[in-house]
Ligand binder design. Sequence first.
Ligand code: AMP
Length: 364
Amino acid sequence: MTAKFEPLKPGATIGILGGGQLGRMLALAAARLGLKCHVFSPSPDSPAFDVVHRVSVHDYTDTDALDRFAADVDVVTYEFENVPAETATFLSARRPVLPDPHVLAITQDRLREKTFVAGLGIGTARFAPVDTADALPAALEATGRPAVLKTRRFGYDGKGQTTLRDGTDPQAAWLEVGGQPSILEAFVPFEREISVVAARSRDGQIECFDVTENQHRDHILKVSKVPAAISDTVGAEARRIAATLAEAFDYVGVLAVEMFVVPDGAGHTVLVNEIAPRVHNSGHWTLDGASISQFEQHIRAVAGWPLGKPVRHGRIEMLNLIGDEAADYGKWLTVPGAGVHLYGKAGMRPGRKMGHVTLVTPEE
Ligand code: AMP
């Protein structure tokens, strides 16, 4: 349900669940608009804490702390989708929680998410539920091989998933994902991966950023390029899908829809892979490459303000700085047109997103 509340005024406080780099960039965008942020995160060295008005360092199940947090903020949002459902529900009895917790419940579970998407007539990979090891052979009949087995919950950056090729033992695959309730998907022979970052306001206004083309390395986003090398027809279809989902969720805020572009005869089909009910790595280019960023767009939406109409500044390439690549930040500082973002993370670990660089080339 779209919450009914008065638009926030400058000086109001937005509560953010989660203190990672997304929370940090949301808080910076809020500050630019004269809004304060209070970040709730169980982790004492959360990157967002450096830049916010107030912090709460407590477990998501600490109801006393959640009560105090709710009393201090005007609206609650989140920067990651694995906030426990009970936490979102507890808070929504006290303050508007945007996007609404029912969106979390669907997007936290890959099976519910794909079922929801397919129910709207939007294409996905063929899929089948796999609740036990015994269910895998029948699921493989439905999808064929190769197929990708993914845990229903808590998978990200390729964690909790494995590919079953010809000859892969289903039992071994089941053990590899930890023997948890899963979903089996047909392997999609995609030509490219794209995403649409879209925003929907409290009043139902929808604005999509330009379609982004994404390249992954070791299952982690490495490069995003805009514009994507797709036809106008594919671009329009991708935006239509994102808008349809935002509408169907009665969404408020920014969401990202990751999609596969699959060759199909003379044309292409667009299939939804995953929905992120939050700002997204593939939208980081908007900070330097557009007239309004995904972070400001989200803050405007949850504040009940009108959305901006994003205008892109040129051709954009966004590179993630992963693990020790961030140690080379100095070289990017001298590159003309490069925007450098470092997340202030305490520990550098392989595979950890430490920052990003945006290269903007003005179009003639
Ligand atoms: P996910 O965690 O679902 O976003 O998957 C991570 C990455 O694995 C995707 O960005 C794709 O590159 C790849 N992938 C996931 N599912 C499939 C699929 N059904 N077919 C082909 N590639 C996939």
